[in-house]
Each structure stands twice: as structure tokens, then as C-alpha cells.
Design a protein around this ligand. Structure first.
Ligand code: SF4
Ligand code: SF4
Length: 463
């Protein structure tokens, strides 16, 4: 990472960044003793003390580069948001329970036990003040995956019943109903039927065999339904053999965000099983950053073997099919800025795909000061956006994006994550910002040219 990050991108005195301070609180799940919570957390931490964790916790040279990379530290200047500090109880547990001198520390009482008070205080740092964006990881000269360690630390918090209650509520709902926002299979089918009629587009549902399984995010289903229409238009335009499965359609994975490995696996396996059932060779992940991480990079761990299909983020699908000529678009004039979803670009590796898509549309891409792999998060990733006590902090982080996007002077802006879009819509309303974040997928769908030869446009909704 170069020293572009050292400059403070925000005017913290700006009146539009002044926000009300919410009451400080921590949340607990269930009735349990303090000792029980601590024991559950330590047990989960210890379970995760594998080679990567040990190397990470042992090799920090305290250089501070990760702090300069973290949006929450950059936006506030508060040392408690230093990424390594977010790991402290996890590191403390490691040193006392599993480190090379743990027996000595315990014998001499040199390292005190992690306490429930520390865990409760820590909740804010790893849930409110971390979007798992991985910018600290990229900045670290020792290649310590701090974001990955925060993700593991959340496992202990979930086991201890110490998750912010809004995040836990949507995670429970996803585990119970199959969707964090109530997009049950019945709701999905009803909405797809309505969208199919309203927009005169064929949406393939529950086909017994298909080459491509398409998944959606609940945010798209409930808040941005035109993304569903856009997906169907693009798939039909390209002549794809595709389907949505009512048994495995929800790509978001709040189990992963909350720290529940059990629920993370349950959500992932629904998609894996749906893909296996229809023989899909490709699973397309929608405009959702963490959904891509969950399936593309953690899916095989959930399954216990390599995934038997390719996983493509929708931006990768668009780039590939535009390059092959199966998707054809009309050329556009004007300039555009792109917001990189952290989990697709920096953490996912698909940084170039959206740029290829925008180039195919003929648009002039105006990059933000920190873009691509160096992108700052929208502030709402990692489950932060559902956690309202984090609003003040999230808006401070969002201010970085707002300033950088304004500075591009681009005519319009798009992203490829519906969670980011939601974060931008919320930030726009909060600050009275006169910009609107659009969808890369919808932009393509709105400018499709004549279908490629061989594309099928027949009405085929339903099995
Ligand atoms: S993952 Fe992102 S938000 Fe979390 S500590 Fe690192 S830089 Fe900060
Ligand atoms: S950048 Fe890496 S080595 Fe430096 S303080 Fe952060 S974690 Fe430690």
C-alpha cells in the first residue's frame, strides 16, 4: 500500500458530517452466567487457533500500517479503532490458552483471563467498527489477515451470545425462514410471477435441469426487484440455460457475518444442494459482496471438498459473456464512477470485471482516489448496516466515500453490491447528498442490444 492513504480524506469539521451520538450499549442473547459466556467464547477461539491464526498473532511488528488503512480509524482518529486492538481479547486468549508460553503465563498469573466485561466492551469493536473489508489485511507488511481474524473472533462472540441484537435477529430469521428479510420461497415465487408479468420477462423457476443456477440477495428481492428483472433479461438475451431454485436462492449469508459457523454452513448448503439437484455447472452470485465471499471463497470449506461448479459473481458473468459476444450492449456516452464492493474486489479478486463491463458500454470510467483493491468500504459491510447503534460511526466512514466520489466529477455512479447500494441510499438520505448509486447489472440490462444469434426468448417460466 502506498502513502496515498496517509492523507486524511475527510474534513471532519464539515457540518454535513455531524451526527448524533447514540447511547452506548452491548447486546446479549439468552440467559446465561458470565462464566458460561466466557467459557463458550474461549472454547470457540481455541477451536480456531490454527496455523494461520498463530502465524498472524505471533508476527505483528506493531508498525501501525493497518490503522492508517482502516476507515473507522481514518474517519475518527480514535486509537480504539486500530485493527490490531480489535483482536486483543482473541490474542489475549491465544497467549494464555495456546501460545508457546501459555503454561508459563498461567503458572505465574502473567496473563489474566479474558473477562465477560472485556467481551461485552469488545462487541462494539468487532461488529460496529469492522466491516471485514480487508483493507488492513492488504496494508499489513507481514501479510496478517486481520479481517479474517476478526471474522474468526466473531465465532467466539456468537458462541457466547454476544452479538448485536439486530444482526442476530436477521441471522436467526435467515436460519428459520431461509432469508434475513422475509423473502421466503413463497414470497420469492409470488414476486417473480409479479415481476415476470409486470415487465414481460421470462423468469425461469425450478427447472429440473439447468446449466446455470442463478441466486439472488434478499435485499434485491425485497428492495431492488428490478435487479431480478435485469438478471432475467441478461440471461435470456445471452441464450442461457438457467434457473432460479426455490430450494436454494438466497445468496446472502448472515451466519457468516454474525459468526455462526453452523448457520453459515446451512445457508451455503442450500445453494450447493440446489446446484447439484439441477446439475448446474455455474452458480451466479448476485450483486452482493459477502455472498460472493461466502460461496466463492468459503463454500468449499462448508462442503468439505471442492465445489462441483464454477462460482461467478454477476459482474464476472457479465464481463465474460460480453467478451465472448453472447451479451451485446449499445454504446453509451458520458462518465461514470464505480464503487468497488470490498468482498468482490479486494477480498474477492474480481476487481477488473466491472471495469471491463463499463468499457464494453463505452463509458469513461473516473476512478476514485482510492479505487479497485485499495477501495474504501461504503461503511455498511460485514453486517454493520443492520446494526443501528453503529449508525454514527458508519456515517463517518461513509463520508470518505462521499468525498471521493464527489471528487471524480463523474456523471453517474454504479456498484455491484446491493448491500453497498442500500448503504449509499441510506447515506444519501442522511446527508441530503444529491447523488444516487446505481447497479452495474441494471445498467447493462437497460442497454442490451439485439440478442446474440442462438439466444432463446421463449416464455418458459415455471418448471
Ligand atoms: S477489516 Fe476493514 S473495517 Fe475491519 S479493521 Fe480491517 S480495515 Fe478496519
Ligand atoms: S500492519 Fe500488520 S504488522 Fe503492522 S501493526 Fe498492523 S497487524 Fe501488525
Amino acid at each position: 500500500m502506498n502513502d496515498r492513504h496517509l492523507a486524511h480524506p475527510l474534513d471532519l469539521e464539515s457540518p454535513r458530517l455531524s451526527v448524533e451520538k447514540p447511547a452506548v450499549r452491548f447486546d446479549v442473547q439468552g440467559e446465561r452466567s458470565d462464566d458460561d459466556r466466557v467459557a463458550a467464547a474461549i472454547s470457540a477461539f481455541t477451536h480456531d487457533f490454527g496455523r494461520d491464526v498463530v502465524v498472524g498473532l505471533e508476527s505483528c511488528i506493531h508498525c501501525g500500517h493497518c490503522a492508517e488503512a482502516c476507515q473507522f480509524f481514518v474517519a475518527t482518529g480514535d486509537a480504539k479503532y486500530t485493527p490490531t486492538w480489535k483482536l486483543e481479547p482473541f490474542a489475549q486468549a491465544y497467549r494464555r490458552e495456546a501460545g508457546p508460553f501459555s503454561w508459563l503465563y498461567r503458572a505465574l498469573g502473567m496473563r489474566s483471563k479474558v473477562t465477560v466485561d472485556e467481551l461485552e466492551a469488545w462487541q462494539e469493536l468487532i461488529y460496529d467498527a469492522c466491516t471485514l473489508c480487508g483493507r488492513c489485511t492488504l496494508a499489513c507488511p507481514m501479510s496478517i489477515d486481520i479481517a479474517g481474524l476478526v471474522g474468526l473472533a466473531r465465532h467466539g462472540m456468537a458462541q457466547a451470545g454476544l452479538v448485536p441484537h439486530e444482526l442476530w435477529a436477521v441471522t436467526e430469521r435467515a436460519a428459520r425462514d431461509g432469508s434475513p428479510l422475509g423473502a421466503t420461497p413463497a414470497v420469492l415465487k409470488e414476486r417473480l410471477e409479479w415481476l415476470s408479468d409486470e415487465h414481460e420477462v421470462d423468469i425461469h423457476v425450478d427447472r429440473p435441469r439447468a446449466e446455470i443456477l442463478v441466486t439472488f440477495s434478499s435485499i434485491e428481492i425485497m428492495k431492488y426487484p428490478l435487479s431480478l428483472v435485469a438478471t432475467a433479461r441478461v440471461m435470456n438475451h445471452a441464450g442461457c440455460d438457467w434457473t432460479v431454485s426455490s430450494a436454494g436462492y438466497e445468496a446472502t449469508n448472515f451466519g457468516m457475518l454474525a459468526g455462526s459457523a453452523e448457520w453459515q454452513k446451512r445457508m451455503t448448503m442450500k445453494i450447493v444442494d440446489a446446484a447439484l439437484a439441477c446439475g448446474a455447472k455455474i452458480v451466479v452470485v448476485p450483486e452482493c459482496g459477502h455472498a460472493y465471499s461466502a460461496l466463492r471463497w468459503q463454500g468449499a470449506n462448508m462442503l468439505g471438498r471442492p465445489l462441483p461448479f464454477r462460482v461467478l459473481h454477476i459482474s464476472e458473468f457479465l464481463a465474460e459473456y460480453l467478451a465472448s459476444g453472447r451479451i451485446r450492449v449499445r454504446q453509451q456516452a458520458g462518465s461514470i464512477a464505480f464503487h468497488d464492493p470490498c468482498q468482490v474486489s479486494r477480498r474477492g479478486g474480481a476487481t477488473q470485471a466491472p471495469r471491463d463491463v463499463l468499457a464494453a458500454l463505452g463509458l469513461e470510467l473516473r476512478e476514485t482516489k482510492d479505487s479497485g483493491d485499495l477501495n474504501f468500504c461504503c461503511g455498511g459491510g460485514g453486517g454493520v448496516i443492520v446494526n443501528h447503534r453503529a449508525d454514527e460511526l458508519r456515517y463517518r466512514a461513509f463520508g470518505i466515500k462521499m468525498a471521493q466520489l464527489d471528487a471524480t466529477g463523474a456523471d453517474s455512479m454504479v456498484t455491484s453490491c446491493s448491500n453497498c447500494r442500500q448503504s449509499f441510499d441510506d447515506g444519501q438520505a442522511h446527508f441530503g447528498w444529491d447523488r444516487r448509486m446505481g447497479s452495474l447489472l441494471e445498467l447493462v440490462a437497460d442497454h442490451l442490444d439485439a440478442p446474440a444469434s442462438g439466444a432463446t426468448q421463449g416464455r418458459t417460466a415455471g418448471a
